[in-house]
Design a protein around this ligand. Structure first.
Ligand SMILES: [Zn+2]
Ligand SMILES: [Zn+2]
Ligand SMILES: [Zn+2]
Ligand SMILES: [Zn+2]
Length: 214
């Protein structure tokens, strides 16, 4: 089916525009980034629509999707594709003017991406200035491993290297090194993490995920 598309294109537009089959998937592939939680059905709809014969007339301009503007239109030339409305989240012409399903799906995906980016920004803000209670260095600024080592039973902040070294130390008895160097509360476990968890619940989730993947 796909191999017929360039011919169809020329008949419909009566002009010879190159059809880039690689580009035709761009909208789905762009929006799939960071969207692991979107159900597969959301993604499969637009992809399957690429396989019907009217694809060339219904598709959003791949050039506008890639660069934000369609150069042909900008310079007064003809472009056979449909040009989308501006999405206020990603500020790209990504909303199909008549395909409600596509608009809704794009907004969902954009929203999800936006949320993920916001969460990450908060996680960075929360983590970047935290200092290790042993070496007193900012964990993210130190040389070597820049991860935290979370203790299960208290919230004192240590870099992974320091807390592991402390717990492996043979200079003290077992119950001393398995305790937090600051508050002496015993923890059986150290969990490495890049971001400092937001709260107790997030911390327990980080620990659980780490244990499950051991
Ligand atoms: Zn265009
Ligand atoms: Zn968008
Ligand atoms: Zn340290
Ligand atoms: Zn502690």
């Amino acid at each position: 089916m796909r191999s017929h598309l360039p011919i169809q294109h020329n008949i419909i537009t009566n002009q010879s525009y190159p059809v880039n089959n690689g580009v035709s998937l761009s909208y789905a592939s762009i929006c799939r980034v960071n969207n692991d939680n979107i159900e597969p059905s959301h993604i499969s709809q637009p992809v399957s629509s690429l396989h019907n014969g009217t694809f060339s007339l219904q598709s959003l301009c791949p050039y506008a999707e890639k660069d934000g503007v369609c150069e042909a239109l900008e310079t007064g030339r003809y472009c056979p594709y449909i040009h989308g409305d501006l999405c206020d989240l990603c500020e790209m012409p990504a909303l199909h003017p008549t395909n409600e399903k596509q608009r809704e799906q794009h907004r969902l995906e954009c929203l999800h991406k936006h949320e993920t980016e916001c969460e990450e920004a908060f996680a960075i803000q929360r983590s970047e200035d935290k200092k290790c209670g042993v070496c007193l260095e900012t964990v993210w600024d130190r040389d070597g491993d820049k991860r935290f080592g979370i203790l299960e039973n208290c919230d004192h902040i240590f870099c992974l290297e320091c807390i592991r070294k402390w717990r492996a130390s043979s200079n003290y008895e077992h119950k001393v090194v398995k305790a937090c160097p600051e508050c002496r509360v015993k923890s059986d476990f150290v969990t490495p993490t890049k971001y400092w968890p937001e709260n107790e619940q997030a911390k327990q989730e980080v620990i659980k995920t780490y244990k499950e993947n051991l």
